[in-house]
Design a protein around this ligand. Structure first.
Ligand code: IPM
Ligand code: MN
Length: 393
């Protein structure tokens, strides 16, 4: 790592730093506007998709916190809850109707719990719902902040909060996820299984540009690491070239590179090296589960599926964990953090900051000592974060 050329570090005079996630036009439109005779307060319209397993309980706690901060910050959430997921599918054979997607498209954001259930064919609901939303709304950025709030939560020896503070920008619409390929002569001795890794110039360029702009706006190390496997998968040369070309627009951002295998190693050995990472879809998926662990576990890792300026979807990184369903034992912090990212996206930065400070506070004060499922009750953690968010400013 750190082998690639470092471009000039001095920003040209007067260069503007673009906001990492611009406010949505929808959010602006509803700002302070009276709707159909309603009181003149801000209304944020949220599609809620609790989904499967623990999704329902963590989303309930997330909404508890969001509602509380909305009230003190002077806006309200207009929610529509959608039933899609395994129970609904098994009862109706309906996975994700186009009419629901069209309706969601008229809202400000989508808040999702988790999708996946062993009673349904592997990947079917994940493709229909998670991938369906990502594709329908062209949510090309999967933004995954990795931040350690207390050293006791980190499984790495000697790593402190200041050592684990990075953001992974995962491309979210292409790669092996695109669905090109299939299984031919299935079940025969001559079976052929193909999954194509697709990278378009547009698709690669826009996510790389987003990552550079984010890196600049964060203003920390100003180091953007491209993670790929261009030495073995030569098609990924499109990432190498695009990264260098777009980088010319950001001379103040240092260009860094690591192959995915080495990046996994560095993430565990020297996480303090990383600032912002940009990477194709599949590697981003894998790398961010390591990221989740070094920030304390899947109980805290959140993500935003973002199309800047448009409707976007926010969800915890964890899965549906069916064995914990309905036990009030899941940790809702990842869902609460996803809610925080959603508030940032719809233009409620102050409310988002309240939540961020509250989560940091309950962890740093030692009130929450582990993020593992079962350690605390899901609703107790929700109450704790809500109360801290109301006390903070
Ligand atoms: C994630 C998940 C999904 C993905 C699965 C459930 C399809 O692992 O959001 O990280 O691979 O994108
Ligand atoms: Mn994943």
């Amino acid at each position: 790592m750190a082998k690639s050329a470092t471009k000039g570090k001095t920003p040209p005079a007067g260069q503007k730093t673009p906001a990492a996630t611009p406010k949505t036009p929808a959010a602006k439109a509803s700002n302070g506007a009276a709707r159909g005779g309603a009181p003149a307060s801000r209304v944020r319209r949220i599609a809620v998709l609790p989904g499967d397993g623990i999704g329902e309980e963590v989303v309930r706690e997330g909404l508890k916190v969001l509602e509380a901060v909305a009230k003190v910050e002077g806006f309200s959430l207009e929610k529509k809850v959608y039933p899609y997921g395994a129970d609904h599918y098994l009862a109706t054979k309906e996975s994700m109707p186009a009419s629901a997607l069209a309706e969601m498209g008229r809202m400000d954001a989508i808040y999702m719990g988790a999708i996946g259930d062993p009673r349904v064919e592997t990947g079917f609901l994940e493709r229909a719902i998670i991938w369906g939303v990502r594709q329908t709304f062209d949510l090309y950025v999967n933004l995954r902040p990795i931040r350690l709030y207390h050293e006791d939560l980190c499984p790495l020896k000697g790593k402190k909060p200041e050592d684990v503070d990075m953001v992974v920008v995962r491309e979210n619409t292409e790669d092996a996820y695109a669905g090109l390929g299939g299984i031919h002569r299935k079940g025969t001795p001559h079976e052929v299984a193909v999954a194509e890794m697709i990278y378009t110039r547009d698709g690669v360029e826009r996510v790389i540009r987003y990552a550079y702009a984010l890196c600049r706006a964060r203003g920390k190390k100003k180091r953007l690491t491209l993670v790929d496997k261009a030495n073995a998968i030569r098609a990924q040369d499109i990432w190498t070239r695009t990264f260098a070309e777009v980088g010319k627009e950001f001379p103040d951002v240092e260009q860094d590179h690591a192959y995915i295998d080495a990046a996994c190693m560095w993430m565990v050995k020297n996480p303090e090296w990383f600032d912002v990472v940009v990477t194709p879809n599949l590697f981003g998926d894998i790398l961010t589960d390591i990221g989740a662990m070094i920030q304390g576990g899947l109980g805290i890792a959140a993500s935003g599926n973002i199309h800047p300026g448009k409707i976007s979807m926010f969800e915890p990184i964890h899965g549906s964990a069916p064995k914990y369903r309905g036990q009030n034992s899941a940790n809702p912090i990842a869902a609460i953090e996803a809610g925080k990212m959603m508030l940032e996206h719809v233009g409620e930065a102050k409310a988002a900051r309240r939540i961020e400070n509250a989560v940091r506070e309950v962890i740093q004060s030692g009130r929450i000592k582990t993020l593992k499922a079962g350690a605390y009750k899901c609703d107790e953690v929700g109450d704790m974060v809500r109360d801290a968010a109301l006390a903070a400013r």
